[in-house]
Design a protein around this ligand. Structure first.
Ligand code: RP5
Length: 161
C-alpha cells in the first residue's frame, strides 16, 4: 500500500526508538515507510525527501534524531507536510539536547515535538494517527477502539509487586 506516513531518522542507531512509532502505525493498520535521512550526513537526501514528500502522498512525517537534532526542523522547512518530532534519548545529555534542538522552532515552520525517547516515539505514531483520522472515518474508529482498550487495561487499584 502507498505510504501515508514517512518515518525518518538521523541514524540507524535511532531505529530502536523510532520502531515504536512504526509499531503503533502497524497496530492501527496505517501504511508507512521508514528511511534514514540525516540532516548532517545526507543533506541532499533530506532535501529531495522534503521536496517530494507532499507529491508522493505523504500526509504526516515523523522525524526522530538525537543530539544536534536538526532533522525535524529542516524537514519542516522543506515541506508543508506536518512534521512530528521525536527527540531521541542520548547518552551524553539524556536527550535534553535533542529536545532543545527540535522544540524551539522559529515562527512559520512548526514541528509538533513529542517527549524524549520511547514514549515520544509511540506518541508520534498516535499523533500521526489522530491527524489522519480527521479525514478517515474507519481509522477514527480503529483509533477510538485502541484508546478504549488502553483505558480498560488500567486497573482501578494498585497491587503489591
Ligand atoms: C544524530 O546523531 C542521529 O539522529 C543520532 O541520534 C545521533 C548519533 O548518531 P550515530 O553516531 O549513532 O550514527 O544525527
Amino acid at each position: 500500500m502507498q505510504p501515508v506516513v514517512g518515518i525518518i531518522m538521523g541514524s540507524q542507531s535511532d531505529w530502536p526508538t523510532m520502531k515504536l512509532a512504526a509499531d503503533m502505525l502497524d497496530a492501527l493498520d496505517i501504511p508507512y515507510e521508514a528511511k534514514i535521512v540525516s540532516a548532517h550526513r545526507t543533506p541532499d537526501r533530506l532535501w529531495s525527501y522534503g521536496k517530494e514528500a507532499a507529491g508522493r502522498g505523504l500526509k504526516v512525517i515523523i522525524a526522530g534524531a538525537g543530539g544536534a537534532a536538526h532533522l525535524p526542523g529542516m524537514m519542516a522547512s522543506k515541506t508543508r507536510v506536518p512534521v512530528v518530532g521525536v527527540p531521541v534519548q542520548t547518552k551524553a545529555l539524556s536527550g535534553v539536547d535533542s529536545l532543545y534542538s527540535i522544540v524551539q522552532m522559529p515562527k512559520g515552520f512548526p514541528v509538533a515535538t513529542m517527549a524524549i525517547g520511547a514514549a515520544g516515539a509511540a506518541n508520534a505514531g498516535l499523533m500521526a494517527a489522530g491527524i489522519l483520522a480527521t479525514s478517515d472515518a474507519e481509522l477514527a474508529e480503529r483509533l477510538d477502539t485502541w484508546r478504549d482498550a488502553l483505558s480498560a487495561s488500567i486497573p482501578e487499584e494498585p497491587i503489591d509487586e
